[in-house]
Design a protein around this ligand. Structure first.
Ligand code: OAD
Length: 323
């Protein structure tokens, strides 16, 4: 076991023994999974983008009111995520999927790090879409959609302004305690999430345009608050949960589990008999678990990048980047 974890060895052993016996496994992933890669979470420190709550920018209303601002926000996130690297937890989960064919991962993350870690696509359900998908704002008349567009910046007007006060570097480390410093390393230019750096208001004609209808704007292919989750993704998730077979294990990694319907899958899995393992350094995230002597669940109060490779080691073996 890695010397840097503080996890009780008997809890780890109990979890591992259950994991080895488990066949039908589900994971719910959130932004904390990518924290050690330097990407900010939504609700912790760094949850504000300039003066805006990130959850307010992630709405159709915000896009309609100020497409320039919302495109700046998503262009910045695309830029950072492209410069980030998958961490040991992304790799460990990808390996688990390869060893356990009935393991399904429901990810709320749009950053592309799980796909880049080689997570098998058929076992990875991107509930909230991807930063690298684009679609026409006019889905009724036009319906244009595009996947895996990694152009950065997506149009010249969205380039991150350059300045002398932030060093450009693509180094990342796995110490989430100084996430803010790492975040800066992912931005090649000024950190425009900070209100002290001005951003221009971009004219509609200079924002990403739909190449199909040539009339409407393109928008990020992510799910915004108030929108439905992608139908094809939901069909696969429903098939997994509606099976008559029990679910053995539910992993809940790096999520505050407050956004529905995603968070609801924890209860669904419990109803199907799953024991739950939460991985999250926030002590309050273990509140709803059945813990203690005789309890069914486990709470690993640690950085996912450190503890997940340890938790999964008996099944996946050693992975690059884990200690
Ligand atoms: P949140 O920001 O709500 O929660 C991130 C969680 O990660 C918190 O509980 C942190 O304690 C935990 N965390 C932080 N660092 C961690 C680490 N190193 N290892 C493990 N856990 C860590 O993000 P989400 O739960 O992903 O939706 O948010 C859910 C959804 O709300 C997002 O997909 C997004 C957002 O608004 C949309 O945009 C539709």
């Amino acid at each position: 076991m890695a010397s840097s974890t503080t996890t009780d060895p008997s809890m780890l052993a109990d979890f591992r023994s259950h994991l080895q016996k488990s066949r039908r496994i589900c994971a719910l992933l959130g932004a904390g999974l990518s924290a050690s890669s330097g990407l900010p979470t939504f609700r912790g420190a760094g949850g504000l983008w300039r003066t805006h709550d990130a959850t307010v920018l992630a709405t159709p209303q915000a896009f309609r009111a100020d497409p320039s601002l919302v495109w700046h926000f998503y262009s910045y996130r695309r830029h950072m995520a492209l410069n980030a690297k998958p961490n040991a937890a992304h790799h460990a989960l990808a390996q688990l999927a390869k060893h356990k064919p009935q393991f399904i991962t429901l990810s709320q993350n749009v950053d592309g790090l799980s796909p880049r870690a080689g997570h098998p696509p058929e076992q990875l359900k991107l509930l909230h879409g991807s930063l690298y998908d684009l679609k026409c704002t006019d889905q009724r008349e036009c319906g244009y959609k595009e996947s895996n567009n990694y152009t950065d910046p997506i149009v010249p007007s969205l380039v991150i302004p350059q300045g002398g006060d932030v060093a450009a570097s693509d180094e990342t480390t796995t110490d989430s305690s100084s996430q803010i410093d790492h975040t800066k390393n992912l931005i090649h230019g000024l950190d425009i999430s900070d209100i002290k750096h001005d951003i221009p208001t971009i004219q509609t004609s200079d924002l990403p345009q739909c190449p199909s209808c040539q009339k409407a704007l393109l928008r990020p292919g992510v799910v915004w608050f108030g929108e439905s989750l992608p139908e094809d993704v939901m069909a696969d998730v429903d098939a997994f949960f509606s099976s008559a077979e029990p679910i053995d294990l539910m992993l809940v990694v790096g999520t505050s589990a407050v956004v529905y319907p995603a968070a609801g899958y924890i209860q669904f899995a419990k109803h199907k008999g799953a024991r739950v393992a939460v991985v999250n350094p926030d002590p309050s995230s273990g509140n709803s678990l059945d813990l203690g002597p005789g309890g069914k669940d486990w709470f690993f109060m640690e950085d996912a990048a450190k503890i997940l490779p340890e938790m999964l080691r008996p099944v996946i073996g050693d992975i690059e980047g884990s200690q």
